[in-house]
Design a protein around this ligand. Structure first.
Ligand SMILES: Nc1ncnc2c1ncn2[C@@H]1O[C@H](COP(=O)(O)OP(=O)(O)OP(=O)(O)O)[C@@H](O)[C@H]1O
Ligand SMILES: [Mg+2]
Length: 281
């Protein structure tokens, strides 16, 4: 290659093109590394809602534990960089082990392999304020470094909103579909509609809707209405209960009625996965 010099003036356009090709190469390699790192996982399910505090983490945790209780190999990935709650919800004490090849082995708790950004925080209350590109890199690195082994299901707990981290995950991880969580209030339904539309824009399937906090206080029925209007399956209703106060274990392990609710959601989610090629649009 000719070096820039008196007879060969630098060509900024060529340099730009080279840089672009290098970047594309890096992205391609990164994508391939992520794919190979997730190759042993049969089904990847994202749990999402545009609105905060509707119970995404609770649903991801309890659904993963329910699937594991019923004999499946289950994993749980917390990609909420700003506020990783899965470590606390699963009460995991030990951090991931670093293998000889520098890969991370997720600790297992209640039969579920757990990986979270929370493992890399010094203090639990430490706020993580990262800008978009850093969030993108952190998620990519976590996805590349984790050695999940063979799993039937990986549940992915997403942060709320339509910002960097959910988008990064939706774009870099080939999820099989999303479970959308909503609450019985009307305002939440509008948010959930937006979430479903965002997922569809990215050409990913919506497996169905879960209504959380149902009961006499907030009412119920909005989840079913949303499912009908958006033409997606209704996966089930979770009642607002005191049972969730005991945070020592995921609630499905402490409460028979909650386990029943989650078993229904698990079986309807499996049915939706089986019919996933019949796209619900
Ligand atoms: N059905 C329920 N009954 C009672 N409490 C519940 C129920 N579902 C969730 N909770 C509680 O509500 C709180 C919020 O739930 P959670 O953290 O799962 O929401 P989130 O959508 O993940 O929030 P964020 O948007 O901040 O990630 C938690 O304290 C959880 O224990
Ligand atoms: Mg959460």
């Amino acid at each position: 290659m000719n070096r820039p010099g008196p007879d060969n003036p630098p060509n900024p356009q060529a340099a730009q093109a080279r840089a672009r090709i290098e970047q594309m190469k890096r992205q391609f390699e990164q994508k391939r590394a992520i794919e190979s790192s997730l190759a042993g996982i049969k089904t990847k399910i994202g749990v999402y809602s545009g609105k905060g505090g509707v119970g995404k983490t609770t649903v991801a945790v309890n659904l993963a534990v329910t699937l594991a209780q019923d004999g499946a190999g289950a994993g749980l990935l917390d990609v909420d960089i700003d506020c990783p709650n899965v470590v606390r919800a699963m009460n995991v004490a030990e951090p991931p082990k670093v293998g000889e090849d520098n890969r991370l082995s997720p600790p297992e708790r209640f039969g579920v392999k757990v990986m979270s950004m929370g493992f890399f925080q010094k203090k639990e209350e430490e706020a993580i304020i990262w800008r978009g590109p850093m969030i993108h890199n952190a998620i990519n690195q976590l996805l590349q470094a984790t050695d999940w082994g063979e799993l039937d299901y990986l549940l992915i707990d997403l942060p709320p909103g339509t910002s960097d981290s959910p988008l990064t995950v939706m774009q870099t991880l080939a999820v099989d579909g999303f479970v959308v969580v909503t609450t019985p209030q009307e305002l939440a339904m509008i948010d959930a509609m937006r979430s479903i539309n965002m997922i569809r824009t990215l050409n990913v399937d919506v497996l169905g809707v879960v209504e959380n906090f149902a009961g006499p206080i907030f009412g119920s029925g909005a989840g079913e209405q949303l499912a009908r209007e958006m033409q997606v399956p209704f996966l089930g209703r979770l009642e607002l209960r005191k049972d969730y106060r005991d945070t020592s274990r995921p609630t499905v392990l402490n409460s028979a009625p909650v386990l029943r609710e989650y078993r229904q959601i698990a079986s309807r989610t499996k049915a939706a996965l089986d019919g996933v090629t019949v796209k619900a649009v």
